[in-house]
Each structure stands twice: as C-alpha cells, then as structure tokens.
Design a protein around this ligand. Structure first.
Ligand code: SF4
Length: 644
C-alpha cells in the first residue's frame, strides 16, 4: 500500500510509536521557530533544561508579535531573546525583518523536513512541502534540546483540487471554501494534503496562504507536494539546493477526501466571529466598511501586495475607510520599495505599518467601536482586534483592496480585467537582519540580558492522590485560547510575566475568576466542546496553572491546548457522558478520589460532585507518556526526571 506525502515524512522522522491512526508517535524535529510572545517562555524553559546548544538542524527566534515599545517591557524581551539565542545556537530574526512564517518560508523552510513552532500558524511551512506543526513553547524547548515531538498519528484527508482560479479569486478564497465545507472542527486529528491538477496552478505563497489557515480547521497540519513550482520558488530565493521532489504515492490511501473545482470559486468572506462563518462577498452585499487591514502571515507575500498595489494604483482610498498595510517581510517591503509598488500604495492613502503581526495580534489599529473591519488575516474571534464590538470579516487581499476604494464590501470581480502578476525570477536577498549565533567555543562569553519583565515560569508538584477543589468556572462550547488568556497591546508586553498576566485570565468570560482562584487557592474548570481552540498559546495553560487550576473537565479539547495543559501539569479530562456537563454548576465542590492511581493504571476516573451528591465518570485523553508527564507534574519535571 502506498503512502501519502505526510506519511512519508513521518516515516522518515518517527522515533517511537506505530503509524496507526490514534496512537502516539514521537518525531525527530529538524527545525524549530519561536516568536517573541511565546519565545521568552520557551527559552526560559530551554534554559531550565540545562542543554547548552540546540540540537536541531536550524532553530530561529523571530520578533514579530510585540513590536510596539510604549514601555520597556517588549524591548527587554527582545534583548533577552537575542542574547539567549546567541548563546545557545539559535538564529535571531531582528524586529523589522518580518513575520515568522513569511520569513521562514522565504529563507529557511526546506521540503521534507519537520518543523515545530511555538505559534499555531507554523503549518504555513506546509506550502513548501514541510511537515510543519504548531506546538507549545515547552514542546519547542524540548525539541531544541534534541527530544522528540509527540503527536497522535493523524488521519489523512485529501483535498483534491481541479480547475484553475478565475480572475480576482485567490488562495484565500480556496481556504475559506475548505473552512465552509469542513468547519473549525473539521480538521481535528487530521493532516490535510492538497493534491490534484489544480495544485499546479498555485504558487508557493498561495499554497502557504492555504496551509496557514489549516490551523483554523483545527488540523494537525496541512501540506502541498514539493514540485517544480516549489523548485522555482526556492531557486528565486537562491536556495535551489534545498529542493527535493515530494508527492504522495499513486496508490496512497486517504481516510477522507473532498474535491474543490477552483474554477467554480468566487470571492468569499468569513463573517464575524468565526473563520468558518463563510459567505460569498455578493451574499453579504454592499455594507459600509470602516477599516481595511492587509497583511498577517496569511496574506502579506510579494504576490499579495503586488496585487493590492495594482488595484490601488492611481486611485484614492475612500474617505471613510482607514487602510493599513503591513508587508510580511523586509524582503517583500524592500522589493515593493524598489519596484515602485510601495509608492502606489502610499499615493493611494494606505497607512504603511512595519513588517510585523501588528493589528492581527491586536497591536494597534483596533477598529472604531462597532466598526466593520475587512482583514486579510486568519482569525476574527470576538475581541481579538482590540475592539470588543468590532465586526471583523476575513477576506482576500483583492476583496480588501477593492472595498478600501469603494467604502463598501465589494466583489473585486467588478473591477474589470485583472492585470497578470507573477512571482519574480529572483527575490531580493539580504539576510542582514538575521543574526547568527555565537560559535560554540565563544558561548560562555555571551551574557544573557534579563530585564525586570523576565519572570520565572510557574512550576507544579507531582499529581496528588486526590484532587479536591471547587468548580471555579463553568464555560460553554468553543472556548478559545483568546478567552482563556487574552492578547492585545495592553497584555502582550507581559508574556514573560505570568503573575501580572494572571489578572486577565478568562477576563472575557468572567472577570472575577482570578479573584476566586486567589481566594480558594485551587480550582477546576468545567468546559464545553472544543475547549481551548484557536492557538498554541501555552500561556492559556501556564496562567491557569499559576492560579491553581488542577484539572479541566470538558466535553472535548482542541489538540494543542490539551497537550499544553498536560505539559503544564494540569489534568485534562473529558466527560464520559457529555450529559453530565449539565449536572454540574459553577462553585460545586468536586472531588477526584484516587486520581493518581487511576491515571497511573489507566483505570476508571470517578468525579464526585459533593455539592449535588452525585458522581460521574471522566476519561483522561492522554497517551501513556502524557500520563507519566502529568504524574510528574508536567513536561519540565518529567524531562528532568528522564535525564537523571
Ligand atoms: Fe502573527 Fe497573526 Fe500570523 Fe499569529 S496569525 S503569527 S499574530 S500574523
């Protein structure tokens, strides 16, 4: 039986487990990436492991999230990351060099390699044929130390692309279509492989837009084959030697398959407040637009911004619209500057932002209250923009630019003929904003710079024999990591300061939650379905840990968050019978008797609700290794134990 493309890469990297769906496998990791919001913590954890130099083929630390410097905190974090990277063998992409996924695709990604990143949009690398996955910072720290990355062997979902995109329809519309078909839960436990004739009509940046938003499907990752188009992209980046041909076997067997005829697609938009709430732009109609933001790791490539520039050239942004554009990388920005496209954007009235995540992570450009904002980004969860009642629509760069001109939601197909825009034969290559690590012989001379914003991460004790605590919070379905630990300009500078962050935990759901945690010292969270969806943000586990959360009992978990809870030493449990969720109320007194023995022996877990006088069964959604880890009190304790 033949193998799928992802199965081939897994086979080349597997170090433990069997390639059967549902079983845990350990993978050797070739490359890692971090961004600054998760990176400070990942490097503190790496440091705590006591490994002097990274053991990966390439590890890169990016600064792209917290680039506003309204106080010393972000700058302190940048210095800390730069110095620790230099010491331990990590390449450092300076602030201004671009968004981690865009730069990684351009300068470091290699087909057939494994990549994990402490950012949930790491699957962007699948556009170049990498097995690229979002992970917790602690997982990245362990991988940098040479340890495997563990996942549950996913199912394989093939998306068969036929036909060719019509003018004014682009890669964003493809992934929005996939989200419409599969929903934000449709990729959970799966790797999405794109195949078929239609693949040949998509460039690497377009493929990367599609794999980038595979994260919104909840997929383990998404991947495109590595073909002649990939080779041309790498050649244009001066890295043709990194190319290898990769595709699935003709007789590969997939667990699921869907087909999309590219020629039938029309411009689409994800409506507030979920990336799978997809309608056609025509269905939405000509509603008034207040703001347009173009950029983010989804749509900030050279190709994207050249298309935007060609739409805006010689025109003026509508007087009622604020248009902000953030190029994805210094390479893109510089090329636009050299070929005159930047001048077209400026002349049209665009507000040019630095090459960083910016408004995508709530770092500036929050829309006006109740404002309608069209964004080329990947997420439109409530409040993420920094404006609680902002109405965020996710669209293609073409739809965004067309709407910026008219002031209303506009189908770019109404613009007339589309000017053809191709990738250049040679990108502008200048890696002067990437700092190489110090040679190993000189690492002892490198001083690590720790400002007052760098606080130690929380630790926990081994799992006790019995957990007895109140259900300090009960939440509904689809709780995101943004709900658990919000981002935004006021909070992000404190990503290395867990005590401060704890004041905001679950603030969107219940502002009193942190105070209750402090009052009772420990607690249990009751969650609905798909608990922890949205991002790899391990702070969504570390902050509850700091507040004393001992367990989360939910109907189901998002994959990365579940792993992050176990890594942190918080016990993730699911209701055996979902109906039991309705029987518990917030503030009920709960007890999990003999929980340590139950986890160790993989036996029945009983939860007693002492307030109601009832009991029910729960299950630990954990592999054998994760059980060991939870027993030890988290991955760090476990890794230390293993290395004794
Ligand atoms: Fe940055 Fe937004 Fe991409 Fe996250 S999703 S890496 S915040 S651009």
């Amino acid at each position: 039986m033949g193998l799928t493309l992802a199965q081939k890469i897994i086979k080349n990297h597997i170090v433990s487990g069997e390639m059967t769906v549902g079983s845990e496998i350990g993978l050797k990791i070739d490359q890692t990436l971090t961004q600054d919001a998760t990176g400070t913590m990942a490097y503190l954890e790496f440091e705590a492991m006591g490994v002097p130099r990274v053991k990966t083929e390439r590890s890169v630390a990016y600064i792209d999230h917290n680039t506003l410097q309204t106080g010393f905190e972000n700058a302190d974090d940048h210095r800390f990351i730069q110095s620790i990277a230099k010491k331990h063998g990590i390449w450092f992409s300076r602030p201004g060099n671009g968004i981690c996924h865009q730069v990684h695709l351009e300068r470091f990604g290699i087909p057939g390699k494994t990549l994990i990143g402490s950012d949930s949009h790491t699957p962007t690398g699948g556009g170049i044929g990498m097995l690229a996955m979002g992970a917790g910072g602690l997982d990245v720290a362990v991988a940098m130390g040479g340890g495997p990355y563990y996942i549950t062997m996913p199912k394989m979902l093939r998306v068969n692309l036929t036909g060719k995109l019509s003018p004014w329809v682009s890669a964003k519309d493809v992934i929005l279509k996939v989200l419409q078909i599969l929903s934000v839960k449709g990729g959970v436990g799966k790797i999405v492989e794109y195949a078929g004739e239609g693949v040949k009509s998509l460039t690497v940046p377009e493929r990367a837009t599609i794999t980038n938003m595979g994260a919104e499907l909840g997929a383990t990752t998404s991947i495109f084959p590595s073909d002649e188009i990939t080779r041309s992209f790498l050649k244009a980046q001066g890295r043709e030697e990194d190319w290898v041909e990769l595709s699935s076997d003709p007789d590969a067997v997939y667990d699921e398959e869907i087909s999309i005829d590219l020629s039938e697609l029309v411009p689409l938009a994800a409506c507030p407040h979920s990336p799978d709430n997809v309608k056609t732009v025509d269905e939405i109609g000509a509603i008034k637009v207040d703001q347009v933001c173009i950029g983010s790791c989804t749509n900030s490539s050279y190709l994207d911004l050249m298309r935007v520039a060609s739409i805006l050239k010689g025109k003026t942004v509508h007087p009622d619209v604020s248009l902000a554009i953030a190029p994805g990388s210094k390479q893109v920005y510089n090329m636009l500057a050299q070929n005159g496209a930047l001048a077209d954007l400026i002349a049209a009235g665009a507000r040019i932002l630095e090459c960083a995540c910016g408004p995508c992570i709530g770092m500036g450009q929050s829309p006006n209250s109740k404002g309608i904002s069209l964004r080329t980004f990947n997420r439109n969860f409530e409040g993420r923009s920094g404006t609680a009642d902002g109405q965020i629509y996710l669209v293609s760069p073409e739809t965004a630019a067309a709407s910026a001109l008219t002031g209303v939601f506009t189908n770019p197909q109404t613009l007339g003929e589309e000017a053809p825009i191709a990738l250049p034969e040679k990108f502008l290559i200048n890696d002067n904003m990437v700092v190489a690590p110090a040679p190993e012989s000189e690492m002892d001379k490198v001083e690590i710079l720790r400002g007052p914003n760098i606080k130690e991460f929380p630790t926990t004790d081994p799992l006790p024999e019995t957990i007895a605590a109140k259900a300090l919070l009960k939440v509904g379905d689809n709780i995101t990591t943004d709900h658990i630990m919000p981002a935004g300009a006021k909070i992000l500078p404190y990503r290395s300061n867990i005590p401060y962050l704890s004041n905001f935990c679950f603030g969107v759901c219940d502002k009193e939650f942190p105070a209750r945690c402090r009052e009772y010292g420990k607690g249990i969270v009751i969650g609905g379905a798909n608990y922890g969806q949205g991002s790899s943000r391990e702070h969504a586990a570390l902050v509850p840990l700091y507040l004393g959360v001992k367990a989360v009992i939910a109907k189901s978990f998002a994959r990365i968050h579940c792993a992050n809870l176990a890594n942190a030493g918080i016990l993730p449990l699911v209701f055996k019978d979902e109906a039991d969720y309705d029987r518990i109320d917030q503030m009920d007194e709960l007890e999990l008797p003999d929980i340590r023995s139950a986890i160790a022996g993989n036996s029945k877990i009983i939860v007693k609700d002492l307030t109601k006088g009832i009991e029910f069964e729960a299950e630990a959604v954990l592999s054998a290794r994760q059980r060991e880890m939870v027993l030890a009190g988290g991955l760090l304790n476990y890794t230390r134990e293993q290395s004794k």
